[in-house]
Design a protein around this ligand. Structure first.
Ligand SMILES: *Cc1c(COP(=O)(O)O)cnc(C)c1O
Length: 443
């Protein structure tokens, strides 16, 4: 198939997304690739992250001068929890030290422990699996949906056993996992769901915020995330019971009513509290987060309409229920067949040379050696039978995810915060590389 023909055909068909946005036209992209000595499409850096002004300075100074740096003494963490619950429409919010602890506290509060299984996708940050291992439970990976990059909802049922203690879908990149399918299944099988919404601030499924749909939803405010306090996390829940369990667990098993020199405990726990500094910084950053989310959505939607016209570039699809994608990452698949067999690594290098930094994203998490090492540790050997671990090994196959890890390309969220013309430059760089792919492949 001749790519040029395909493209003309597509343009003649007047793509609906393009029509809605007005004239969507790919930039000419005629110049020589920068990697071959041509002029880069772009020389200016993309918007830097985080965005700050006097608001942050005043917030941090306020906490500093108050001398109340711990949530037990100050009001900032309480204020943040109220504000984040309001912003997301959740009944309760608990702030935590980071996203990893939000996930850990959630699973611990649900009673997940040794012998249990937790279902999760392999296309995620390592923290999603680390919390399962920290509780000595067994992570059960369900393969990825190639089109959406999310956990494949059609394959979850098959992974459920009588030991499944939780399902942990991840809204990867800020787009939504198929919550309707996952929730229907979980309700039927009576299994709690913990949303890993660490990349999905203000994303929505059917007009309700991601993270506010299930038993608990977890967020990260680590430096790269769309809402940032360097480190930080939060748990959302509608359950009056779970929020108290979460609170106690994150506070060394001391419930809300236990203060001062009362050293009686009813369960185990850890100290995973957020500081007053983090909360004050988050409240300041929250003055911009809605506008930033809208800007990312507008730019990303436009970029999708441009990239969809380039043969071999397949932007990650969204499930119909996802009405707001948080775009922590802009993700697409790269098909080298349409780029004269130019390897992805070289494509990324050529993109960087054009002034468009991009990455190839995650490696297959379910194949990481640390998993096998952990499962052969003394603790795991004591809890799980040889047969059970052998069966885990046998079932731990995610061929679609393996493929996705070879084809994915990511742009980071800050690249979506500038003017729309930045998106034209991204598309122009990709198109320029495609036009010269054969030359680049030989070089
Ligand atoms: C960032 C992230 C986490 C962990 O959050 P931290 O705040 O870094 O601990 C967990 N899951 C996903 C999908 C993430 O992106």
């Amino acid at each position: 198939m001749k790519p040029a023909l395909t493209r003309r055909h597509f343009l003649n068909a007047a793509p609906a997304a393009g029509a809605a946005l007005g004239a969507v036209r790919l930039p000419a992209a005629d110049g020589k690739p920068a990697l071959l000595g041509g002029t880069p499409v772009r020389k200016a850096p993309f918007p830097s992250w985080p965005v700050i002004d006097k608001t942050e300075e005043k917030a941090l100074q306020g906490v500093l001068q108050s001398r109340k740096w711990y949530r037990g003494g100050g009001q900032e963490v309480n204020r943040f929890e109220e504000a984040y619950a309001r912003l997301t429409g959740a009944r309760h919010c608990l702030a935590t030290a980071n996203g990893t602890s939000a996930l850990l506290v959630s699973l611990a509060a649900l009673g997940v422990g040794p012998g249990d299984e937790v279902i999760l996708p392999p296309y995620t940050f390592v923290a999603t699996v680390n919390v399962v291992l920290a509780l000595h439970a067994l992570p059960v990976f369900v393969d990825t949906d190639l089109e959406t990059f999310q956990i494949d909802p059609r394959k979850v049922d098959d992974a459920i056993t009588e030991r499944t203690a939780a399902i942990m879908p991840v809204h990867i990149g800020g787009s939504a996992a198929d919550l309707d399918s996952i929730l229907a299944l979980a309700r039927k099988r009576r299994i709690p769901v913990v949303e890993d919404a660490c990349q999905a601030h203000l994303g929505e499924w059917k007009n309700r915020k991601l993270g506010a749909w299930t038993e608990t939803g977890c967020f990260s405010f680590q430096a790269s995330k769309n809402l940032n306090s360097g480190e930080g996390g939060a748990i959302l829940t509608s359950s009056d019971d779970l929020i108290e369990k979460c609170y106690a667990y994150h506070n060394n098993s001391r419930g809300r009513k236990i203060t001062g020199y009362n050293f009686n405990y009813s369960a185990s726990g850890l100290n995973l509290r957020m500081t007053e500094f983090q909360a004050a910084l988050l409240l300041a950053q929250m003055t911009r987060v809605e506008k930033q989310t809208r800007t990312r959505t507008q730019n990303a939607t436009y970029l999708t309409s441009l990239l969809s016209e380039i043969p071999g570039i397949k932007p990650a699809r969204m499930y119909p229920g996802c009405n707001v994608n948080a775009y922590h990452l802009y993700m697409f698949r790269y098909d080298k067949e349409q780029f004269a067999q130019l390897p992805r690594a070289k494509f990324l290098k050529a993109l960087a040379a054009e002034g468009i930094p991009a990455s190839g994203g995650y490696a297959p998490l379910n194949k990481e050696p640390f998993l096998k090492n952990t499962l052969s540790s003394r603790g795991y050997q004591a809890v799980y039978s040889k047969q059970r671990l052998a069966r885990w090994q046998e079932r731990n196959q995610c061929p679609v995810n393996d493929r996705l890890c070879n084809e994915a390309v990511w742009l980071t969220q800050n690249m979506l915060l500038g003017p729309r013309g930045d998106m034209d430059q991204v598309a122009e760089a990709v198109e320029k590389i495609r036009k010269h792919a054969a030359q680049l492949a030989r070089a």
